[in-house]
Each structure stands twice: as C-alpha cells, then as structure tokens.
Design a protein around this ligand. Structure first.
Ligand SMILES: Cc1ncc(C[n+]2csc(CCOP(=O)(O)OP(=O)(O)O)c2C)c(N)n1
Ligand SMILES: [Mg+2]
Length: 318
C-alpha cells in the first residue's frame, strides 16, 4: 500500500477540477462540466486496485474516474476544450471521456446505463476467463433507474466479477435522496439482490481502498459481485454555473462536509501517524501543480480537430 500515491492521486483530481472550473467560467469549455470535488477518495481508493485490463464505466461526473484510471490530465483537459489531443480526439468532451487503452470505457451523460455496461464487462470477463473485473461508478440518483435493478440482479444470479460503486452524495441534482426513495440504506437495498454489500465512508480513502480491495479480490476469485455504498458529498455545484447552495441545501451542511474534506483529513491523518511529513506533502503539491499547469497549457495550445475528419473516431473501426 502506497499511502502517498493515494494522496497524490486525490490531489491530481482536485487541482485538475479546479482548473477546469475556472476554464468553464472563462468560456473555454463547451457544454456542461460536473466536477468531482469532494468525492476524490472514491475513484482513488477503487482504481488503485485496477489494471488497464479492468473496465470502468462512469457517469456525467466522471473526470475523477478517468484520471484515477490512468488517463493523463492533459488528455482530459484537452478533451473538455474540444481539442484533437483529447482522449476522444476532441469529439466527446466532458461526458464522453474514452480511453480503452487504460480500461476507461467512458463517461456518460445518461444516468444509469453504466451499471449495465459494467455488468456486461463482468459477463465478458467470465466468458473469456480473463480474470478481470467490470466497475460501475454511479450516483444515488441512478439507483432509482431500471438499469440498477437489471444490472444488480444479473450480476448476482451469475456471480459476475462486477463492482458496483454507488457515490451517495445525498442529492440527484437538487433532489434529496431521502425524497427520491423510501429506503436510503443503499447497502441494504443491494443486499436484497443476494450480493455482498458494504457501506463505507466515501471521504476516507483508506476505508474505500480496503473495502474495494476485498470486493475486487472476491470478484477475481469467482466469488461474485460486490456493492460499495460510499457516503460522500459534492462540495461544488451540481454543474459549473449552477448555484453551489441553491434552496436545497444549507451553508451549515456544506461547511460540515468541507470540514471532512477527503484530502485534508487524509493528510492530517498521515502526519499524525508519522507516515509522512509536511515537507513531503509540500513537494507533492509542487509536483502536482506543475503537472496540472503544464497540462492546461498543453490543452489550451492544442489545435481543434480538422473539420475534414469529422466522421473519424465516432464509431469503432471494429
Ligand atoms: C436517464 C437520465 N435521466 C435524467 C438525466 C438528467 N440528470 C443529469 S444528472 C442527474 C442527477 C444524477 O444524480 P446522481 O446519480 O445522484 O449523481 P450526482 O450528480 O449526484 O453525482 C439527472 C437526473 C439524465 N442525464 N439521464
Ligand atoms: Mg447524487
């Protein structure tokens, strides 16, 4: 277990997202931009166990999943800016981040289907005897979509190697989860399908790392799917340009979750345990900031795709 690698990954996501938020405000990003700020521990703790052969299917809030799965920040940024150097060659933007070479099988603006796609990846892994896993990241809102029932049920009855990662940040856009469902205990709901299901503090990267590690071990060993109910909070607006508070949540609630920020609490934990020093963190901060700045300059100065190539990279060549 590399404690500082987990810290570096979370910080890379945070600093990239902060740049993207500013770029969106400056009008450099066409379309919507949903940041992952506050939820970094989840993608980081899960993806630390994955290889490039494991397949991740993601959501509208997927920059953090792409980064944690190994897509370089420069390719994520360039994609959001619509540049040809982006991971989807500038065709997709924020909600079509694809990088099959590292097992990033796409962010998506459609809430729910990633649950079925990950189940399909698990089915494929089983048929081909690959030893890999399919991973779905999705929000609490997706859990009330029909895809949730179909995906969990199939994975359970066939003992498929799938990890369902619910990022329960208490709201679907501005709808409280407690309004949208009678039973807000996601682990309990998942366990009724007959699968291993655990609740975890989604702001604690070590807790996520441990729970995901056990789930992935089980999946690779043929012991079936695992559901991770990760309790977390997004500390920015649902999407850039929307109000951060609105009328659906209070300043007190936001402040309470900011006090449990996954990056600062983890850093304080490592210092108090004597695992790392403030000097090491300062060094990591310098390196991450430099890398993200360089990625931003790279993305900004990259060309747009040639209009003559508009039909390329849209469908698979098979
Ligand atoms: C099938 C579908 N229905 C509705 C929407 C509109 N929509 C976009 S984001 C969102 C909320 C999703 O909430 P959640 O799954 O909890 O993810 P979060 O934004 O909280 O990360 C909705 C309803 C959509 N994109 N796709
Ligand atoms: Mg949500």
């Amino acid at each position: 277990m590399n404690y500082l690698a987990l810290y570096r990954q979370m910080l890379e996501i945070r600093r990239t997202e902060e740049h993207l938020a500013k770029a969106h405000q400056a009008g450099m990003i066409p379309g919507a931009c949903h940041t992952y700020v506050g939820q970094e521990a989840i993608a980081t703790g899960v993806c630390a166990h994955l290889t490039h052969d494991d397949a991740v299917f993601s959501t509208h809030r997927g920059h953090g999943h792409a980064l944690a799965k190994g897509v370089p920040p420069r390719e994520v940024m360039a994609e959001l800016f619509g540049r040809v150097t982006g991971c989807s060659r500038g065709r997709g933007g924020s909600m079509h981040l694809f990088a099959p070479e590292v097992g990033m099988m796409g962010t998506s603006g459609i809430v729910g289907p990633c649950i079925l796609q990950a189940t399909g990846a698990g089915y494929s892994a089983r048929l081909l005897n690959k030893g890999t896993v399919g991973v779905a990241f999705f929000g609490d809102g997706a859990s009330n979509n029909g895809a949730f029932h179909e995906g969990l049920n199939l994975a359970a009855i066939w003992d498929l190697p799938v990890i369902f990662v619910c990022e329960n940040n208490l709201y679907a856009t501005e709808v409280p989860f407690s309004y949208a469902t009678r039973n807000t205990d996601m682990a309990e709901r998942a366990s009724t399908y007959g699968m291993n299901a655990v609740s975890v503090d989604g702001n604690d990267v070590l807790a996520v790392y441990a729970a995901a590690g056990e789930g992935i071990r089980r999946a690779r060993a043929g012991e079936g799917p695992t559901f991770l109910d990760c309790k977390t909070y997004r500390t920015r607006a649902h999407a850039e340009g929307m109000p951060s508070l609105g009328t659906y949540r209070t300043q007190e609630e936001l402040d309470a979750w900011k006090a449990r920020d996954p990056i600062t609490t983890y850093r304080a934990h490592l210092v108090s345990e004597g695992i790392a020093s403030e000097d090491e963190f300062a060094q990591i901060e310098r390196e991450v900031v430099a890398m993200v700045e360089e990625s931003f300059e790279f993305a900004k100065s990259s060309p747009y795709p040639d209009p003559a190539t508009v039909a390329e990279h849209v469908y698979s060549d098979g």
